[in-house]
Design a protein around this ligand. Structure first.
Ligand SMILES: Cc1ncc(COP(=O)(O)O)c(C=O)c1O
Length: 361
């Protein structure tokens, strides 16, 4: 017998994704989920769709894409849906990255972009954030002939910072048309800055732009796994080639459509988030702490202490938050806004952790 088959050499330095901790009974503010739970309209749609479980779903997600097209004033052919936006990033890389091609993104950002590029034998180039913000100038300057895809996270996970419409347009003007720009707006709904990019309206002018959104955050459907991209019809056709035929189930599609129509839920979720951020800004100021300016449903805080130790101490206080060690920020934590009760508990746990854990030099 020969030796067992082992992982591809070029993937051996990759580590499995580190997810936010889920500890039964504890308040979970570690994965930027919606503290209100799922949209009630989505729950109704799920219950109704359950009787169709014996049938394959519509692989083209016709109704869902039609609903997205109406909402964003585009054509159904401009949309592709996936098993979470995580899948869509992998599909994009699968369609466009050849072994040896390069991707480009920020250093301290969502890790799945790198995973997607590396999975297909690509190399990911990374540009450090500048004071917690995407450095679009430096990213544009780092484009090289082998660059095929650029991933931008706006607002950025984990810092919550965002760039505006003018910055995005200037950046797009510096990217060759042969390079795809994937703009991940998983938290775009939450952005409060008035000049947050109107990215869907830029698609016509920039055929190399792809906008990505998820149902996991504002719509409260993280466990259903649903995300989508909007792009030129040509890009969508290319990505469809590498998509599995039935990547999004019927129940998920129906729940997604219902969630898109549940404006009351969306508005209440936004209000709860605003209230949560106000609470946190006020409380943090009392201790002289200031988080990075956030446009999302979470904030990132440099705590000057070992982030893993802070997170462990906060578990003792009944709450899980995200130490940002795996993002390359060993002394920073990320906290999702919760309900008023959850925020209060989390604040207490944070104060206790800060009072008991020594600062690092
Ligand atoms: C920036 C960003 N993009 C995408 C995702 C993944 O979204 P989905 O649940 O749709 O795969 C996340 C999840 O935390 C995220 O933070």
């Amino acid at each position: 017998m020969g030796a067992l088959l082992t992982l591809r050499e070029d993937l051996r330095d990759l580590k499995p994704y580190v997810a936010g901790k889920l500890i039964p009974g504890l308040v979970k503010l570690s994965s930027n989920e919606n503290p209100r739970g799922p949209s009630p309209k989505a729950l109704e749609a799920l219950a109704q769709a359950a009787s169709e479980l014996h049938l394959y779903p519509d692989g083209a997600a016709t109704e869902l894409r039609k609903t997205l097209a109406e909402l964003y004033k585009l054509k159904p052919g401009n949309f592709l849906v996936g098993n979470g936006s995580d899948e869509v990033f992998t599909l994009l890389a699968g369609a466009f990255i050849r072994p040896g091609d390069h991707g480009l993104t920020a250093q301290e950002t969502f890790s799945e972009y790198t995973f997607a590029v590396r999975l297909f034998g690509g190399v990911m180039d990374k540009v450090p954030l500048s004071q917690g913000f995407y450095d679009l100038d430096a990213i544009a300057a780092a484009i090289e002939p082998k660059t095929r895809i650029i991933f931008l996270c706006n607002p950025n996970n984990p810092t919550g910072t965002a760039f505006n419409q003018r910055q995005l347009e200037e950046f797009l003007g510096r990217v060759p048309p042969t390079v795809l720009v994937v703009l991940d707006e998983a938290y775009g709904h939450y952005a409060q800055m008035p000049d947050f990019p109107q990215s869907f309206s830029l698609l016509e002018r920039w055929p190399n732009l792809v906008v990505s959104r998820t149902f996991s955050k504002i719509y409260g459907l993280a466990s259903l796994r649903l995300g989508f991209i909007a792009a030129s019809e040509a890009v969508i056709r290319d990505v469809s080639v590498v998509k599995q035929p039935f990547n999004v189930g019927n129940m998920t599609q129906k729940a997604g459509i219902a969630a898109l129509h549940d404006l009351k839920f969306v508005n209440e979720s936004l209000a709860l988030n605003r209230e949560g951020l106000e609470f946190w800004n006020q409380k943090l100021a009392t201790r002289g702490l200031s988080p990075y300016p956030t446009q999302a449903n979470f904030f990132c805080l440099e705590v000057g202490r070992d982030a893993q130790a802070v997170a462990a101490a906060m578990i003792e206080g009944g709450v899980t938050i995200r130490p940002l060690t795996s993002f390359g920020l060993p002394n920073a934590i990320r906290i999702t806004t919760g309900t008023p009760e959850q925020n209060q508990l989390c604040w207490k746990a944070l104060c206790h952790a800060l009072d008991t854990i020594p600062t690092v030099r």
